[in-house]
Design a protein around this ligand. Structure first.
Ligand code: SF4
Length: 355
């Protein structure tokens, strides 16, 4: 039952006011909320797309203190950005940010575009981020739509369109357009997000303390857990990865990943991957399994094993050449940008294991 636009709810202005008033009183004081600098809003919005506020905050602070503006971000080495990003996952977002920052420097005279339509042209800036920047920094009345918004609006108005269907975005965007307070669009957008984060949570929404409870369809019918409606299941594939930590006294062999798979451009050890054609090599024989873990990505369930083998310098040089690897000083391995599983391994690995 999609809502008929223009008949959304007789209480529309009251809903908007209730949300923004509630937000003004209750919002969490976070560094990106004390600014309307589009660089900082852009940074925070992209970091928070994949992480909770508490986890994202130290990343945001690290980026802002290392790169105070879009120009220093654009001039940075991609490797340094990936290293700072390490642990957040979805590394393509960090790479897109670097491209985006360079576009702003080279094609937009070092200034972020000031409207939704133009912001959407930037690499890695989708509808959500463009709407957040346009409304918060430039007062454009364009609504954000993301998981929080789907949940709040679907419950509030009883919208049962399937949110895994791409067409549903338009339904929620139009509801947002009707509700948004054009005198303070940034505050309105943030109020819906904050309500979704603090009150209208996925489980056990706090309806008693909700500023729009009196208007809420789901609360009136006791159907909060039915919303939002999502039917499509993500197909998850099993994948097995075997990493080989080849080292001598001083060096370990690594390789930088390519651009056609997960963890683009990050460093790793020699890898045997169940998704790939692997070189049939003798070098992995007599390696010792030292660590194993499971790691879940959106579409893949990874079973990861780590093997280690200590060699003479001469043998290490042979493996390096045969398998197309590069040596890195053992004490420098932690300075490379690596995936979360490799980081976990390095945290666990006893670097004196072979001594
Ligand atoms: Fe969400 Fe409950 Fe508020 Fe409705 S009343 S919007 S279900 S928290």
């Amino acid at each position: 039952m999609a809502l008929k636009i223009n008949t959304i709810h007789p209480g529309t202005p009251s809903i908007s006011n209730s949300l923004t008033d509630w937000y003004t009183e209750n919002y969490r004081l976070l560094p990106w909320r004390e600014t309307n600098d589009p660089y900082k809003v852009w940074l925070s919005e992209i970091i928070l797309q994949q992480t909770r506020v508490n986890q994202g905050l130290p990343y945001y602070e690290a980026f802002v203190s290392r790169f105070s503006d879009v120009e220093s971000f654009a001039n940075a080495d991609l490797d340094e950005i990936l290293k700072l990003w390490q642990g957040l996952g979805y590394y393509s977002r960090a790479r897109n940010m670097h491209t985006c920052a360079n576009t702003i420097i080279n094609e937009y005279d070092q200034q972020f575009p000031t409207n939704y339509k133009e912001l959407l042209k930037l690499k890695g800036v989708g509808k959500y981020t463009a709407a957040a920047i346009a409304s918060i920094c430039f007062d454009e009345a364009v609504p954000v739509v993301d998981g929080n918004v789907y949940r709040v609006f679907s419950r509030l108005f009883g919208i049962d369109d399937d949110i895994s269907d791409a067409k549903t975005f338009k339904v929620f965007f139009e509801v947002g357009q009707q509700l948004i307070d054009s005198s303070r669009p940034g505050t309105f957008n943030q109020s819906v997000m904050e309500l979704g984060a603090l009150v209208c949570t996925p489980k056990n929404p706090d309806c008693i303390n909700c500023p729009v409870a009196e208007f809420c369809h789901a609360r009136a019918h006791g159907t909060q857990s039915n919303f939002p409606v999502k039917t499509k299941k993500v197909k998850v594939k099993q994948r097995s990865l075997q990493y080989y930590f080849f080292c001598d006294d001083q060096n370990v062999l690594v390789k930088q990943r390519g651009n056609d798979d997960i963890w683009k451009g990050l460093y790793e050890f020699y890898l045997v991957d169940s998704f790939k054609e692997n070189i049939d090599t003798e070098h992995i024989k007599e390696s010792e399994q030292v660590y194993e873990m499971k790691h879940i990505l959106t579409h893949q369930r990874l079973e990861i094993s780590f093997f280690a083998k200590k060699l003479s310098s001469v043998d290490l040089a042979i493996i390096q050449k045969d398998l197309g690897l590069s040596p890195v000083k053992i004490e420098e391995i932690r300075s490379l940008a690596v995936s979360k599983p490799i980081e976990s391994f390095l945290n666990e690995w006893d670097f004196n294991y072979f001594t």
